[in-house]
Design a protein. Structure first.
Length: 261
């Protein structure tokens, strides 16, 4: 199963994967019928989740019903338990919308759909299409932003972070997640490396441009944000971490101070 998943992820174009996953993945999930795992986004119970990963597939990663990965489950638990998003329904920009999260947000914003906007460079699922380094939206036009696993892909991540800061209103908040190697003190990047295999070896995927280190929060702060680096998974019991198959990732919450433009 791991080899098959890796082959499909690398062989098919991303837009095609996004369109086909909704019917293909649930079929694969029948292999794991059982109740050892629970997805907090859709409530599905399975013996375990599907493997997933472009290079080395991770076990227990992908929910076969809603397509949530480990980081999506952790993020949703944070949003559901630690924020007032469901009650207040702020103007939300969701960059590179993940199918599992997008479905929940669309349901949540069902009677005020104009307050939830999705955006991506090319995804057929998104409302808008643009480069996050040059967002064609007005200053202070959103109350909240969610942007996951994009910054490691863009040429100028600092510019992209500044753009997110610009379109947030003062007092607004966001969650900006990226793969972070906590064993590294500083982010590693080298645009002179162009060989696909070498980029995969150095950065984890051929289309990654950097590996973030423990300075990731500082990088976000350079854009003007107040940043909270929260080891949220550690706040769950061992049984809960197993049940939801949560990662050890940190949650990075950004806030735009009210006394800064």
């Amino acid at each position: 199963m791991r080899r098959f998943i890796r082959f499909i992820l690398n062989a098919l174009p991303r837009p095609l994967l996004q369109r086909a996953a909704g019917w293909a993945v649930p079929l694969l999930g029948l292999v794991y019928v059982g109740r050892g795992r629970e997805c907090p986004l859709c409530g599905t119970r399975r013996r375990r989740f599907l493997p997933y990963g472009y290079v080395t597939p991770r076990e227990d990663a992908l929910c076969p019903r809603c397509l949530a990965l480990e980081r999506h489950r952790l993020l949703w638990l944070y949003i559901e338990r630690e924020t007032r998003l469901a009650a207040e329904r702020p103007r939300l920009l969701h960059v590179a919308p993940e199918a599992a999260l997008m479905r929940r947000f669309r349901r949540l914003y069902g009677d005020v759909p104009e307050r939830y906007v999705t955006a991506d460079l090319e995804s057929p699922l998104a409302d808008m299409h643009f480069d996050i380094q040059h967002i064609p939206l007005a200053d202070a036009s959103f109350d909240a932003v969610i942007c996951n696993h994009i910054m490691e892909h863009v040429e100028d991540d600092r510019q992209a972070m500044r753009e997110l800061y610009r379109i947030l209103r003062a007092g607004g908040w966001g969650i900006v997640l990226s793969p972070v190697d906590l064993s590294r003190a500083a982010t590693f990047e080298d645009d002179t490396v162009t060989d696909r295999d070498e980029r995969t070896r150095l950065f984890g995927q051929y289309d990654h441009r950097r590996v973030y280190g423990r300075d990731y929060a500082s990088r976000l702060a350079e854009a003007g944000f107040d940043v909270e680096d929260r080891d949220y998974a550690a706040e769950f019991t061992a049984a809960e971490r197993t049940l939801y198959a949560l990662p050890a990732d940190h949650i990075f919450i950004v806030r735009k101070p009210v006394n800064r433009s």
